[in-house]
Design a protein around this ligand. Structure first.
Ligand SMILES: NC(=O)c1ccc[n+]([C@@H]2O[C@H](COP(=O)([O-])OP(=O)(O)OC[C@H]3O[C@@H](n4cnc5c(N)ncnc54)[C@H](O)[C@@H]3O)[C@@H](O)[C@H]2O)c1
Length: 466
């Protein structure tokens, strides 16, 4: 059922009117022009991984208002992806897109050639599947490039240890690095955090989060004429080596935002999950995941993920405190529409028509609407740091968020309790030679004699997920 315009307007108006305080954080991000190191003050941008999010990040990079930016090189392994992205960006930002055919690079080395096209102090966007993050970030550090890289930044223990070291190196080189956990840059969530820290809902005693949708992460048979490696890469949500699966790739945001509000990373996870209706899909995911994350003080975050058609969907995160409760996310990542309720009772919002009404006496505060997209805020913040030379490096927290996601996933996939330290020190590297892949070479995951890829088997495989 779609909500009519009058209702929508009055609810937005209500959310505006119920805002009592605008935190200082809401004003952050107002930037002054600053002379960039490049002689003409233009920050050059390179896009590696020209799919949906890479192209979206390029849109954000070209939309910042604190100084000129120009896209000058692009890299991908699939020509159609690069071309479609280029055409879209050129149409939208014709004067800011200067990527002639000789600066469009294809193949597993394309990221190097694209980064070789710019100077230290310029910016690279890493919008490839997570498996390639450490490889391409290493080169960005070598080239002295500021970096925006999408989440997750790691998929297992060994790559997390590697990424933490790379993060330290990038800090030493004063590189500014943003990680695509954009909710951290959302002014609504920042104000909610200020309010939680000020005690408005009291001590947090429990948290809940749900990412339940109509499927995802499946992989049908490999089409004729497509190499097995490209097949896996194009379905990266299906394969743990490429993405950490739907668990890491989809759920990381909410696990991260809850941990942020709680002010700590969980120390351990136990979880259940299973494959119920995967049919002939060749992927490695479960249909359902239910995880209890435990924080150092014993507080639990209960996370439910489901990828199953025909079931009730919900996409939201909640914090319950001794004096009230809070909505961290509702109806996806953006807009935040953060709210605080006076008690523990709050309506479940499954569509905009369920948003609280003006006269709802249970509501204590709501962030004013409309809100700017957190995907743009994260770029405004990154570019401000670059232009003003402010400390700005999100690698450690990005790697830790990725690790905590892996911890919950491994708990479900093995049927064991997995601690933060166990996950960090886990020896199973899913794709040890991911930096040496070639178009015709073998993929990191091989089909078994039964024509299927290995899947997790909780209780049978306990030390590794497959
Ligand atoms: N922050 C968010 O809300 C958000 C939303 C969507 C996706 N993402 C993240 O963005 C990343 C990409 O996701 P997507 O949805 O854009 O996927 P996508 O498949 O649309 O794009 C990935 C692109 O990378 C290319 N690619 C793959 N391997 C490559 C390599 N080795 N070198 C160069 N190019 C390569 C692919 O051909 C493709 O064009 C993932 O990490 C995903 O989790 C984040």
């Amino acid at each position: 059922m779609s909500e009519n315009k009058t209702d929508a307007t009055s609810r937005r108006q209500f959310l505006t009117n119920t805002s009592r305080i605008t935190g200082a954080s809401a004003l952050a991000g107002v930037v002054l022009p600053h002379v960039h190191a490049a002689e003409n003050n233009t920050v050059q941008v390179v896009l590696v991984g020209c799919g949906g999010r890479g192209t979206g990040a390029a849109v954000n990079a070209l939309s910042v208002t604190n100084g000129p930016t120009r896209l000058v090189a692009m890299a991908d392994v699939v020509p159609q992806k690069l071309n479609a992205s280029h055409d879209k960006l050129k149409t939208q930002f014709s004067g800011q897109v200067d990527v002639p055919p000789e600066r469009r690079f294809l193949g597993f080395d394309a990221y190097r050639q694209a980064m070789d096209s710019v100077k230290p102090g310029d910016v690279v966007i890493l919008g490839t599947p997570p498996a390639f993050r450490w490889v391409q970030f290493s080169y960005a550090i070598d080239k002295g490039l500021h970096t925006f890289m999408e989440k997750p930044v790691t998929v297992d223990g060994p790559t997390t240890r590697r990424m933490l070291k790379l993060g330290e190196l990038s800090v030493k080189k004063n590189l500014k690095v943003g990680v695509g956990l954009m909710v951290r840059h959302c002014r609504a969530r920042q104000e909610l955090l200020d309010r939680i820290r000020a005690g408005q809902i009291g001590e947090i005693v429990a948290m809940r989060a749900y990412r339940m949708g109509q499927g995802g992460g499946t992989a049908g048979p490999k089409p004729e004429g497509v190499g097995e490696l490209i097949y896996q890469i194009q379905r990266f949500h299906a394969f743990l080596w490429a993405s950490g699966g739907v668990f890491s790739d989809y759920y990381i945001h909410q696990i991260d935002e809850c941990s942020w509000m709680k002010g700590a990373w969980p120390v351990q996870a136990h979880a259940v999950g299973g494959r119920h209706y995967r049919g002939d899909s060749l992927d490695q995911n479960f249909d359902t995941y239910s995880v209890q994350y435990e924080f150092p003080d014993g507080t639990r975050l209960f996370f439910d993920g489901r990828n199953m058609k025909g079931c009730r969907d919900e996409f939201a995160s909640y914090a319950h405190g001794a004096k009230g409760s809070a909505v961290i996310s509702t109806l996806s990542h953006a807009p935040g529409m953060t709210r605080i309720y006076k008690g523990q009772k709050m309506p479940t919002v499954l569509s905009r028509k369920d948003l609280p009404l003006p006269e709802d006496p249970s509501l204590a505060w709501a962030f004013p609407q409309p809100e700017k997209s957190p995907y743009q805020w994260e770029w405004d913040d990154l570019m401000e740091a670059i232009r003003q030379d402010k400390p700005y490096n999100e690698v450690q927290r990005g790697a830790e968020a990725s690790l905590v996601a892996s911890m919950g996933r491994m708990a479900a996939h093995t049927g064991q309790i997995v601690t933060f330290d166990q996950m960090l020190n886990c020896q199973h590297e899913f794709a040890p030679d991911v930096d040496k892949l070639t178009m015709d070479g073998p993929p990191p995951l091989r089909l078994g004699a039964d024509g299927k890829y290995p899947i997790p088997e909780p209780g049978l495989k306990k030390d590794r997920e497959y």
